[in-house]
Write a protein that binds this ligand. Structure first.
Ligand SMILES: Cc1cc2nc3c(=O)[nH]c(=O)nc-3n(C[C@H](O)[C@H](O)[C@H](O)COP(=O)(O)OP(=O)(O)OC[C@H]3O[C@@H](n4cnc5c(N)ncnc54)[C@H](O)[C@@H]3O)c2cc1C
Length: 457
């Protein structure tokens, strides 16, 4: 690897949770002479897709006890919450759940502290979309949409959750993350949400928060709703054998037996699912590729609704909607959409039925979740793929990367690291705060070691 100028910054691309924490950890780990350039295309730093919301009904889906930004200070967020006296915090028998906007404020506050720490302007904020990394010397020239060019020693790609494929195609389709674009909704025509997971739960809250009082229909292939958090004792991670990991069916059988043993001991299935967390990546890596593929095609929705659970107040709001008949959750497929001037006619085939039904809706909200790298239209990722600096990882879910978080491309490795949801596929547990906070600290150590070696060369 080429030697590198000791005064060039390390760039961090994206200032959601991953990029914010990577920048904070880099500032703590790199020598004081090395600046950090944190680039974010959205208006706000330290929020990202998950924590930009200001809606009080959008609650964190993890307990406050699990949301510290630092793994070596596990009570950091809870202590901040207590000191802040933040509004909208919900205390339930299953734990404390804060609004996601409050968590965004916590991250912004950490960033503000990092900006003013040690009296040195080492953290530079660039409020622009990064469009390219042009290899130069041992590092890159980072280019932005607004025409800026910054020479950098290396970069950490923290671009996070990718936009979905933009389906179903309809002029009435609206992005659930852009509520300002919902327009004026009329109570007499239903709204269709495609997807029945956590994003659907949020979208229902957003619609009601905007005063929409009409009927909401949510559809997904299986119509599965996320489970709710409940108090659950921890159950130890199972000692998995080679036989357990030989196939998906062997693994599922083993986990079912584990759940039965837990139940016999008075422990809820949630304790077993949570207990798997430390070994989930090991399981993912150990399963043969065809079995991982089977998991993605058949089992993933079931895993997701058990693993990614809702805060009790959010689940209660959905239960009440269903009981009132103001929300209908359907299992089925969309067969066709015919756009009319003021509405769309959606043809749905309910699961297990032979006759499709037509549904007139005034808008369609795509809550099917996060896009895959292999299908992304993201200009930066497409540019980096064209340059051979990155490539899609297993199953095209995220980017390919080594165990040292270094992005793998078709040309030799550069000083480009990645973390967070972009690692989906290489890792399985990489999208939530407890995973990303560890990755951010590890990436910072690895970048520091790499630069130290290069400076010594
Ligand atoms: C709605 C939602 C709720 C969630 N709730 C929780 C929760 O309660 N608890 C939990 O642990 N996890 C939760 N998650 C998981 C979440 O993925 C992680 O907690 C974390 O927020 C991921 O952060 P990120 O920075 O990797 O991604 P993102 O939040 O997607 O942030 C990426 C950032 O990069 C910026 N960016 C992208 N490309 C560029 C570019 N080219 N130039 C400049 N900037 C760029 C984007 O604008 C964005 O701000 C939630 C996820 C979602 C989507």
């Amino acid at each position: 690897m080429t030697a590198i100028d000791h005064a060039l910054p390390i760039a961090v691309i994206g200032a959601g949770f991953s990029g914010t924490m990577a920048a904070i950890q880099l500032l703590a780990t790199l020598p004081r002479s090395r600046p950090v350039l944190l680039c974010e295309r959205a208006d706000a730093f330290g929020r990202g897709l998950a924590y930009a919301t200001r809606a009080p009904a959008h609650l964190l889906n993890l307990r406050a006890a699990n949301m510290s930004a630092f793994s070596d200070r596990p009570h950091h967020f809870e202590a901040w919450l207590a000191e802040e006296g933040a509004e909208g915090v919900r205390r339930t028998p299953a734990g404390t759940f804060a609004p996601r906007g409050v968590y965004g404020r916590y991250l912004s506050e950490l960033l503000r502290q990092a900006l003013t720490a040690d009296g040195l302007p080492r953290l530079r904020l660039v409020n622009d979309a990064v469009t390219d990394l042009e290899p130069s010397g041992g590092g890159f020239v980072l280019r932005t949409e607004g025409g800026q060019a910054h020479p950098v020693a290396g970069a950490v790609l923290a671009a996070g959750n990718l936009a979905g494929p933009g389906e179903p195609a309809s002029r009435h389709r609206v992005d659930p993350w852009q509520p300002e674009r919902f327009g004026r909704l009329h109570p007499h025509l239903p709204v269709l949400i495609v997807g029945t997971g956590l994003t659907m739960v949020d979208t229902v809250a957003t619609l009601r928060g905007q005063g929409f009082s009409g009927h909401i229909v949510a559809v997904s292939r299986r119509g599965l709703l996320p489970n709710v958090h409940e108090p659950a004792e921890a159950w130890p991670a199972p000692n998995l054998t080679t036989g357990d990991l030989a196939s998906l069916s062997a693994l599922v059988g083993r986990i079912r037996r584990e759940v039965a043993s837990a139940r016999a001991a008075g422990v809820d299935w949630r304790g077993v699912v949570d207990g798997l967390r430390p070994v989930t990546d090991f399981i993912w890596r150990s399963l043969p590729a065809p079995e991982r593929d089977r998991f993605l095609r058949h089992l993933r929705p079931f895993w997701d609704v058990h693993r990614h659970r809702t805060a009790p107040p959010a689940a209660q709001a959905i239960d009440e909607e269903i009981a009132r008949g103001s929300l209908t959750v359907l299992a089925g497929r969309i067969r066709a959409i015919a756009d009319e001037e003021a509405h769309a006619v959606v043809t749905l085939l309910p699961r297990g039925e032979e006759q499709p039904r037509d549904l007139e809706v005034q808008c369609i909200l795509d809550a099917t979740g996060i896009g895959r790298v292999s299908e992304t239209q993201d200009p930066l990722l497409r540019r980096l793929m064209a340059r051979g600096l990155v490539r899609p990882g297993p199953f095209g879910l995220g980017l390919d990367a080594g165990p040292d978080y270094r992005a793998l491309g078709t040309r030799g490795g550069g000083r480009l690291w990645t973390l967070g949801p972009l690692l989906r596929g290489v890792l399985w547990e990489c999208i939530a705060v407890p995973d990303i906070r560890n990755q951010a600290a590890e990436v910072a150590d690895l970048v520091a070691m790499d630069l130290e070696r290069a400076e010594a060369a």
